[in-house]
Design a protein around this ligand. Structure first.
Ligand SMILES: [Zn+2]
Length: 73
């Protein structure tokens, strides 16, 4: 959500003009601060996601080695 001082009202990001200004009065609007906090939390949280990715990559590499050995033999 974005706050417009001129209208004293909230606007959805999708409702803003293409240049990010207020759809009602055309004034520059301020983006809500909590959105930034949400993004920083999202960056530090998925450590478990990378464990899954590394495990999957190790499995695929192992299958690749296994496949190469099968071809060689
Ligand atoms: Zn406005």
């Amino acid at each position: 959500m974005a706050w417009c001082d001129s209208c004293s009202s909230w606007h959805a990001p999708s409702a803003l003009a293409t240049d990010g200004s207020c759809p009602n009065c055309g004034a520059a609007v301020e983006a809500e601060a909590p959105e930034v906090e949400e993004r920083t939390v999202g960056e530090s949280a998925p450590w478990h996601f990378w464990i899954v990715v590394v495990a999957l990559a190790a499995y695929l590499i192992w299958r690749l080695i296994e496949g190469v050995l099968w071809v060689v033999n």
